[in-house]
Design a protein around this ligand. Structure first.
Ligand SMILES: C[S@@+](CC[C@H](N)C(=O)[O-])C[C@H]1O[C@@H](n2cnc3c(N)ncnc32)[C@H](O)[C@@H]1O
Length: 206
């Protein structure tokens, strides 16, 4: 199982944004949604072994987390407007998340009240990594493909101090995807490609 956790400290946790101006009205929820697309979708298909968490830290309803599981999600479309509409409906739903944990809003899509701690409680035994510029190259990490893995990444602003402290206290290892600071969704695509290549090698008879 591959998991991606996108931390968006300013992205709105409510449905109070405009589909016609997503970047300008949502605290850059668009960054989280593009990461969602990169993690979950390949050309004409959805990755059934991927779970994406978008941690929303902006606005009066924050913090909340949207979780999408490829195993159960249906009709996830690749264009940003459709993903924004999905986020709007999920964030507007009246599901009761007060008891804690994730509550299903529609197949494969769940919502939780809370922030990073909700995600960490949901990761099970996954080995966690934080994607950081200048960290050791993911290509040199052994056995990634045979593990249940979770990757944390920042939005356009990178990680804030609280997130860095939280992940640091967990002892999460940092990995990099190359010498250039790329857009968050591109970092997701590079990690996915690395894991795809390793999986293909594992399943190719010698
Ligand atoms: C656009 S970057 C953040 C840039 C931000 N200005 C900063 O200085 O942190 C968004 C996220 O993508 C990931 N990322 C970008 N380039 C990376 C790289 N070369 N290696 C690993 N992660 C990377 C990191 O998680 C980063 O927080």
């Amino acid at each position: 199982m591959r998991r991606f956790v996108v931390i968006c400290p300013e992205a709105t946790a409510s449905d109070d944004f405009l589909l016609d101006d997503l970047p300008g009205t949502s605290g850059r929820l668009d960054v989280g949604l593009r990461c969602m697309r990169a993690a979950l979708l390949f050309s004409h298909g959805i990755r059934r072994d991927v779970v994406v968490y978008v941690v929303l830290g902006g606005g009066p309803r924050a913090p909340r987390v949207v979780r999408v599981s490829g195993a159960a999600a249906r009709f996830v479309r690749p264009d940003e407007r459709s993903l924004a509409l999905l986020a709007k409906k999920v964030l507007a739903s009246r599901v009761d998340t007060a008891a804690g944990g994730f509550v299903d809003v529609r197949p494969g899509v769940a919502l939780a009240s809370g922030g990073l701690e909700q995600v960490i409680a949901d990761l099970g035994g996954a080995t966690a990594y934080v994607l950081e510029e200048s960290a050791p190259d993911i290509r040199d990490v052994a056995d990634l493909e045979s593990r249940d893995v979770a990757f944390f990444l920042g939005d356009h602003l990178g990680f804030d101090d609280a997130t860095r402290a939280h992940l640091g206290a967990m002892g999460v290892s940092a990995v990099g995807v190359g010498p250039v600071s790329v857009h968050a969704e591109d970092a997701v695509a590079i990690v996915s490609n690395e894991l795809d290549r390793r999986d293909a090698r594992r399943h190719t008879p010698r």
